[in-house]
Design a protein around this ligand. Structure first.
Ligand code: GDP
Length: 365
């Protein structure tokens, strides 16, 4: 499963948010492939289409697709120099697909701020600086190695050094690697460096309980929005404290509580959806009478790769896929109806799976 790492300065609300995530957590029996680790919270990805398909097919069981959040506590100033176990935390960040950066936008005199006052932009820059310094170290090491290779007579490394110097220049100017324009080839060259500032970022602006419904009138949130816009990042206003309360409720109670707060959906759901968008993920469905289920793939995945998400055997023995678009299926009212309308297609190995495809795979065992 794909993972987002939760980072942020101490006392900004990370643990509160992470606890809400684990509390709301998914039925782990459904996700045996997910990591079992106290620092990992598995959440179900909310999707109205799955509810609709359940209505249509009436299966024995419905299983949403899942997403993992990793708690990366302990990232503090000086982390890149290995202070306070910092390097270990940076190593954890290397393993995630995206970063959720929690920023304190709430005032509370009972909760100490590490720098003495609430200042989200300075907080963001403190964390970003550590990530930038760590990346600079990785890039420098690689430049040194590539230079040796040039001396050894291998000309292709000249281009690599040019690229690395360009990235280094950006980092020196406090720019994350994700803001540097790169070709696909260039991405490939630096892929194994796993640069931290190349990962997509989402800022979770943690506001007070009183402000959840009107978070955008909070000036700190506005500052975070402006900053995020300058680096093409997304912002999700959230109240970690409220999320912790919401996570303890279910069904009707939850709906009522959200309504009282003036919210359409929980911040956690908005966060999950935003992380999904950020990573360019698609959902496809399988819809049998036993089980209706959602699966996550990356945009651009072909049919065999999508089958492989269910089981590697499905990918290896892939023959064809029967595919109907979600909207067509719902409009037709049933699989047979879609078939009669000629909307059930047979697709082969080169088919690019679309968001919302309902699929049935044929494969050799
Ligand atoms: P972490 O160090 O980033 O993991 O922060 P914690 O989640 O432990 O939160 C630090 C303190 O801030 C705790 O006492 C929380 O109860 C409090 N806190 C977290 N979110 C909010 C919030 O939205 N409003 C208020 N007033 N306090 C919060």
């Amino acid at each position: 499963a794909l993972k987002a790492g939760i980072v942020g300065l101490p006392n900004v609300g990370k643990s509160t948010l992470f606890n809400a995530i684990t509390q709301a957590g998914a039925e782990s029996a459904n996700y045996p492939f997910c990591t079992i680790d106290p620092n990992v919270g598995v959440v179900e990805v909310p999707d109205e289409r799955l509810d609709k398909l359940t209505e249509l097919v009436q299966p024995n069981k419905t299983v949403p697709t899942a997403f993992e959040f990793v708690d990366i506590a302990g990232l503090v100033r000086g982390a890149s120099k290995g202070e306070g176990l910092g390097n270990k935390f940076l190593a954890h960040i290397r393993e995630v697909d995206a970063i959720v950066h929690v920023v304190r936008c709430f005032e509370d005199e009972n909760v100490t701020h590490v720098d003495g006052k609430v200042n989200p932009i300075s907080d963001i820059q403190t964390i970003n600086l550590e990530l930038i310094l760590a990346d600079l170290e990785s890039v420098d090491k690689r430049i040194e190695r590539s230079r040796k290779n040039i001396k050894g007579g291998d000309k292709k490394y000249a281009q690599e050094v040019e690229l690395l110097e360009r990235i280094k220049e950006a980092l020196y100017n406090d720019k994350p690697v994700r803001s540097v324009e790169l070709t696909d080839d260039e991405r490939l060259i630096i892929r194994d460096l796993h640069l931290l500032t190349q990962k997509p970022v989402l800022y979770a602006a943690n506001v007070s309980e009183e402000e959840v419904a009107s978070a955008d009138s909070n000036p700190y949130v506005q500052q975070v929005r402006d900053f995020a816009a300058s680096e093409n990042a997304e912002v999700v206003p959230i109240s970690a404290k409220v999320e912790a309360e919401i996570a303890e409720l279910e069904g009707e109670d939850k709906a009522m509580f959200l309504e009282e707060l003036g919210l359409e959906e929980s911040g956690l759901n908005r966060l999950i959806k935003a992380a999904y968008r950020l990573l360019g993920l698609y959902t496809y469905f399988t819809a049998g009478v036993q089980e209706v289920r959602a699966w996550t793939i990356r945009k651009g995945t072909k049919a065999p790769g999508a089958a492989g998400v269910i089981h590697t055997d499905f990918e290896r023995g892939f023959i064809r896929a029967e595919v109907v678009a979600y909207n067509d299926l719902v409009a037709a009212g049933s699989m047979n109806g879609a078939k009669e309308r000629g909307q059930l297609r047979l697709e082969g190995k080169e088919y690019l799976v679309q968001d919302g495809d309902v699929m049935h795979f044929r494969f050799n065992v």
